[in-house]
Design a protein around this ligand. Structure first.
Ligand SMILES: [Zn+2]
Length: 302
C-alpha cells in the first residue's frame, strides 16, 4: 500500500469504482477539478458514479487520500492513462464558468506533486510531460481554470524538490498546442482522422468471447475488436446495441456467437482517440460510457 504522508485517508476505497493493482508504472500525474465547491461530497459520489481518483485537495489546502496509489483509479477516461498515472482532484471555490481554485489548494497541490514526483523518480516536473490536465486525455472541461495553473504547480513543486518552500512567483501559462509535436499516431488512427474525418462503420459480424451482466447491463467482450488489455469497464459492448446473428431470436449471446451492430448504430463518429493504446473511443446514444476499440481491428472490419 502506498499513500502520501501528506494525506489523510477520507472515505478511503469505500466505493467500488477503481481497479486493484496496476499494469503499468506510474510516470505521470493527472490534474482534475471537482466541478463542485462541496469538498466533502467526494469520494461519496463515487459509490454510484463510475469514477475515482487517488487524492483530493480542499479549499484550505487539506489533502485527502481516496485510493491506494498501488491501485488504478478511474479518473483519466483512458485505460492507458489511468494505469500509468496518479489522479488528483481539487475542490473549487466557485461554480461555472469561473471554477475558482484557492491559492492554498494550488500550494498544497505543488507539495503533493513534489512528493509523488520524488517517490516515482520523475525528475523535473514539466507540464505536458509528466503533469497533465485531464483534458489532455479526453474531451472534457476538467480541470477548468486549473489548466492555466499547471506551470505554477510545476514551478512550486520543482522548488520544493530542490529544498525550497515552493514560494516562487507564478509565470505565464503554457499552451499545449504551442510545442510542435511529432506525429506519433498509428497508421490506423491517421486513416480515421485524416482520410475518414473521424467516421467509422462496422456492418459485418464479429465473434463474441463472452457475455456477462456488468455494471447493471448485459455486455459482451470480443477479441475481434477489443483493445488489449481489455476490461468490462472500457471495452464491454452493451447487448442492446447488438443483434445475435447465430440465433434466430437474435438475443442469446452465447460464448462464441456471431453478432453485429444493429442497423442504426453500425456507423457514426469517433469521439476520442488514445494514441498510446492505438484505440478509438465511441459514445453510443443512450449509453453514458465511452467504449474503446482497437483502431486496427475496427479499421480492418470497415
Ligand atoms: Zn477530471
Amino acid at each position: 500500500m502506498t499513500v502520501s504522508g501528506l494525506a489523510t485517508p477520507f472515505g478511503f476505497q469505500d466505493f467500488p469504482n477503481f481497479t486493484q493493482g496496476r499494469n503499468a508504472n506510474v510516470n505521470k500525474i493527472v490534474i482534475h477539478h471537482m466541478a463542485t465547491t462541496n469538498y466533502d461530497s467526494v469520494p461519496g459520489i463515487w459509490k454510484t458514479r463510475e469514477a475515482s481518483a487517488h487524492y483530493g485537495i480542499g479549499q484550505d489546502g487539506q489533502i485527502r487520500a481516496y485510493v491506494d496509489e498501488d491501485n488504478t483509479a478511474w479518473h483519466a477516461g483512458q485505460w492507458a492513462a489511468n494505469s500509468s498515472s496518479i489522479g488528483i482532484e481539487h475542490a473549487n471555490t466557485s461554480g461555472s464558468p469561473d471554477w475558482g481554485i484557492a491559492q492554498a489548494t494550488v500550494d498544497s497541490s505543488a507539495k503533493l506533486v513534489a512528493d509523488i514526483a520524488k517517490r516515482y523518480g520523475f525528475g523535473k516536473v514539466v507540464p505536458y510531460q509528466n503533469l497533465f490536465p485531464h483534458s489532455e486525455f479526453i474531451a472534457t472541461g476538467c480541470p477548468g481554470n486549473l489548466k492555466e495553473k499547471l506551470q505554477e504547480i510545476a514551478d512550486k513543486a520543482n522548488d520544493i524538490m530542490a529544498g525550497g518552500n515552493g514560494d516562487v512567483a507564478p509565470q505565464a501559462a503554457p499552451e499545449s498546442g504551442q510545442t510542435p509535436q511529432e506525429d506519433n499516431r498509428s497508421a490506423a488512427i491517421k486513416e480515421f482522422q485524416d482520410k475518414w474525418k473521424d467516421h467509422w462503420a462496422l456492418r459485418g459480424p464479429f465473434r463474441i468471447r463472452t457475455c456477462e451482466k456488468q455494471y447493471g447491463i448485459y455486455q459482451v467482450l470480443t477479441d475481434d475488436l477489443n483493445v488489449e488489455p481489455n476490461s468490462w469497464y472500457y471495452n464491454g459492448i452493451p447487448t442492446g446495441l447488438l443483434k445475435d446473428v447465430s440465433d434466430p431470436q437474435g438475443r442469446s449471446f452465447e460464448d462464441g456467437a456471431m453478432v453485429r451492430f444493429k442497423d442504426d448504430v453500425n456507423f457514426g463518429t469517433i469521439d476520442a482517440y488514445d494514441t498510446n493504446a492505438n484505440a478509438v473511443g465511441i459514445l453510443f446514444t443512450g449509453y453514458k460510457d465511452m467504449i474503446w476499440f482497437d483502431a486496427d481491428k475496427l479499421l480492418a472490419h470497415e
